[in-house]
Design a protein around this ligand. Structure first.
Ligand code: ADP
Ligand code: ZN
Length: 359
């Protein structure tokens, strides 16, 4: 078992990563939290495969557990759903010392964390992320939220879990397109911070796709470590944390224009990373190999590379974004594999030049 410590003074916590961890969850959890009333929140897809395994291990360890399964999907991440979850908290008589367990992908993690952060001004919660995206990204860092009709993740907070439990075996039931989209964030960590991780993905490509345990352990643990370090340096997203947004500036614009329907998050980010690399090359910050190596990995993953979107549309969304500071866009640009800079030097002219050519 790998254990990664996220050091955030009084909000510090451990991330446990292992194969088959789910069946032994209760045994590891009692080291972190005494048995108590527990609300286990999941979605119906995940309930089918893992609901009873997790309930059993918690019960065996004397946790008084009740399970609530939401409909799957981002549309459920609303205040209305949160209200039904508060009802479940009241019905099961949760108090300040109780526990909320989030078992699922990013949607379940975000809304469960939001409910945990707000019920009685905050009760303990743990994350058991079951999608690769949630394992390497959304379950770490303490961002919890629900969507508002006027914007995604607009109602939320920073609220750290008491612990995160990652079972690599859960990926065996994750639909392949979800796995591949999650891998994009792992590639992102390689580009922003870790050339060795990037090379490892290139070399162990098939081991990863075949869900070889050692390969998964390596990429998940390394990604968690990188995200943990960045979050430790910058818990509330002031500056350094921005580097995690590599590929996300254009990625978000693509998601917004297509109403979050056409592309999975990772798919949009993959396109965003490739354009960010092209921008860096256009500005003379780096050479073509930085693009070629990312392009080759993303192509091997079979991700869509053609958006058919007009540069005007993307540029308009970029300038409407809340991250524009004094009329300037902020981009994370790679200078070599493993290193990025934060730049406000990307002009409209550069954007049009780069975005008007296919990848
Ligand atoms: P993400 O984790 O990508 O942010 P979701 O929480 O919506 O987003 O999860 C993506 C989809 O994958 C959902 O339909 C969810 O039910 C499903 N899912 C997540 N983890 C697993 C798993 N381990 N096995 C099967 N399906 C899963
Ligand atoms: Zn992302």
């Amino acid at each position: 078992m790998e254990m990664i410590r996220v050091n955030l003074s009084s909000n510090s916590y451990n991330i446990y990563i292992d194969k088959g961890l789910l069946e032994r969850l209760g045994d590891t959890l009692v080291k972190e939290k005494a048995p108590c009333k527990t609300l286990l929140i999941t979605d119906k897809n995940i309930e089918k495969v893992y609901g009873s395994i997790v309930t059993e291990t918690l019960k065996r360890n004397k946790f008084d557990v009740r399970l609530v399964a939401l409909k799957p999907g981002e549309e459920q991440k609303t205040l209305e759903t949160a209200l039904t979850l508060y009802d479940a908290c009241f019905d099961h008589k949760l108090d300040r010392n109780s526990l909320i367990v989030a078992l699922g992908g990013g949607v379940v993690g975000d809304i469960s964390g939001f409910v945990a952060a707000t019920f009685m001004r905050g009760i303990p919660f743990i994350q058991i992320p079951t999608s690769l995206l949630a394992q390497v990204d959304s379950s770490i860092g303490g961002k919890v939220a629900v969507n508002h009709p006027r914007g995604k993740n607009m109602i939320g907070s920073f609220y750290q879990p008491k612990a995160v439990f990652i079972d690599t075996e859960t990926l065996s039931t994750l639909p392949a397109p979800e796995l591949v989209a999650g891998l994009v964030e792992v590639i992102k960590y390689g580009v922003i911070k870790d050339a060795e991780l990037f090379e490892y993905i290139e070399k162990s490509f098939y081991d990863i796709l075949q869900l070889n345990h050692h390969a998964l352990l390596k990429i998940i643990a390394t990604s968690c470590q990188i995200k943990a370090h960045v979050v430790e340096e910058d818990e509330k997203e002031k500056h350094l944390r921005a580097i995690l947004n590599y590929g996300h500036t254009i990625g978000h614009a693509i998601e917004t224009i297509t109403n979050y329907k056409k592309y999975r998050h990772g798919e949009a980010v993959a396109i965003g990373m490739l354009y960010a690399a092209k921008i860096a090359i256009d500005m003379g910050l780096t050479d073509n190999t930085i693009f070629e190596r990312q392009f080759s990995l993303i192509k091997r993953l079979g991700l869509p590379l053609h958006t058919g979107l007009k540069p005007e549309g993307i540029v308009k969304i970029l300038y409407a974004d809340k991250k524009v500071i004094a009329g300037r866009l902020r981009f994370i640009l790679p200078t070599k594999i493993g290193e990025v800079i934060i730049s406000d030097q990307v002009t409209e002219e550069i954007l049009y030049r780069v975005l008007s050519k296919p990848l």
